[in-house]
Design a protein around this ligand. Structure first.
Ligand SMILES: NC(=O)c1ccc[n+]([C@@H]2O[C@H](COP(=O)([O-])OP(=O)(O)OC[C@H]3O[C@@H](n4cnc5c(N)ncnc54)[C@H](O)[C@@H]3O)[C@@H](O)[C@H]2O)c1
Length: 301
């Protein structure tokens, strides 16, 4: 008898499943026995020129390997698309056990030059695109036996900030806050929510100026997503994990790190006097990262 897959009898929806990391996740879920809803709007890296062929191609690939999949080639930035993905899962397979929100685009520009269209497109795809699926999926998961698993895709820049990606960093920071809110709001219904901050060679990472410090392949990210969707991770919620190559790292939860307290209200003058020595600042890791990448580039010249 063949070994039983980690996701046998589960129904999993993956957005942005036509290319890159989403495709690898969809293939891995199918290989572990899940029926997969393959969502991809089939757009260019900036969100332009949609095509249904990209989602269809992954469904064909899954079926050729003996798996089960259905394409939904909608724009995930609409609530209707979230509903359609989930209703497709429920109508065809009777339930939805996991929803993985991988879809993403980039529109890079310095903050002072960024247009409303560049801002809105990126926020809509990443943040609203995660909300649209989490909302529709959790409405079903909270009522079904066994609950369900939500997995969001963030980025290190969502925690650290980014020089010319204020839209993307804001969207990815929002995705983590959304994931944490889903984790605390849905715990009582047996629904988990977690986030992955990946680094992998895809068309998106090829766009990062100066490259990334670490790198890996899209297929390296998929096993962690499969684990989070499986029954083995039923107690894991509210967490953010980096996955790059063979490295999996856990991010800390944000906490106050030190404080100053007085009876009543501080005056600006008192703060100017006391704060630098008593509280100081917590240096941004992104400044260290930029310095490290600059040194690396200088060495390579
Ligand atoms: N590749 C990396 O190193 C890296 C680093 C940090 C975060 N991420 C995140 O991982 C995720 C996957 O990135 P990737 O590198 O595989 O990108 P990719 O460009 O290879 O794939 C993204 C897919 O999302 C689809 N998509 C875009 N807009 C959509 C929409 N509105 N509705 C449905 N589908 C849509 C695209 O058609 C594409 O197939 C993204 O959320 C990205 O921000 C990637």
């Amino acid at each position: 008898m063949p070994p039983v897959g980690l996701l046998e009898d589960k129904v999993i929806a993956v957005t942005g499943a036509g290319r890159g990391i989403g495709r690898a996740v969809a293939l891995a879920c199918a290989a572990e026995g899940a029926a997969v809803i393959v969502n991809d709007y089939g757009v260019g890296i900036d969100g332009s020129e949609p095509s249904s062929e990209v989602a269809d191609a992954v469904v064909t690939e899954i079926e050729a390997a003996g798996g089960t999949a259905i394409a939904v080639a909608d724009d995930i930035a609409t609530l209707d698309a979230g509903e359609r993905i989930v209703s497709t899962a429920v109508d065809k397979f009777g339930r939805i056990d996991g929803a993985v929100c991988v879809a993403g685009i980039l529109r890079e520009r310095m903050l002072f030059n960024m247009s409303e269209q560049e801002w809105d497109g990126v926020i809509d795809t990443h943040l609203k695109g995660t909300f649209s699926v989490f909302r529709a999926a959790s409405a079903v998961m909270r009522k079904q036996e066994g609950g369900g698993s939500l997995v969001a895709f963030t980025s290190g820049v969502g925690m650290w900030g980014s020089v010319a990606q204020a839209n993307y960093a804001a969207a990815k920071g929002g995705v983590v806050a959304l994931m944490r809110s889903a984790a605390v709001g849905l715990q009582r219904y047996g629904v988990t929510a977690n986030a992955i901050a990946p680094v992998a060679n895809t068309r998106m990472s090829a766009n990062v100026p100066g490259g990334t410090a670490e790198t890996g392949e899209a297929e390296d990210v998929a096993p962690m997503v499969v684990y989070l969707l499986s029954d083995a991770a039923r107690d894991v919620t509210g967490q953010t994990y980096t996955v790059v190559g063979g490295k999996v790292a856990l991010w800390s939860q944000p906490r106050e790190i030190r404080s100053i307290v007085k009876e009543g209200r501080w005056t600006p003058q008192e703060l100017a006097e006391k704060l630098p020595s008593a509280l100081g600042v917590d240096r941004m890791p992104m400044f260290e990262y930029i310095e490290m990448m600059q040194k690396k580039a200088a060495k390579a010249e």
